[in-house]
Design a protein around this ligand. Sequence first.
Ligand SMILES: [Zn+2]
Length: 143
Amino acid sequence: MSRSSDTRRLYREENQVLALIPHINRQLSLGECQRWVSRICSASRYEAPAVQFGPGVRHGNQMLSWNDGPTVELAPGERDFLTIAHESTHHWHPDHDAKFRRRYFKILRDYAGVDAYAALRAAKIFGLGCIVTAFISSEWYLW
Ligand SMILES: [Zn+2]
């Protein structure tokens, strides 16, 4: 799969399925965001990026968060664990390829208890409503 189709697929999965899971989409303070990024990136020998809140970068009609190595900028509406997991994954993998996906989904599982593979599979088979139901009834809702 080409790089741009990897990206389109990932953004679609984030916007249509992973965006429905409440606890990883709750907006956080700058301090909370920095603590998560530092904790996740402490598994790397490179220094964790500094987190800032800013406008983000334009992608079509959307403003998206970014990671340029030393800095992660979180755009409005993206100051949540889902975006932190995504941008922290760029600490290891610049592209949205298979390696990116594996680490990203592992971070979601290890730190937030979200099985992204199961959520995406369930959404495909049963529709999107099941995702909200499944995660609201899980212990992670109180996370
Ligand atoms: Zn990305």
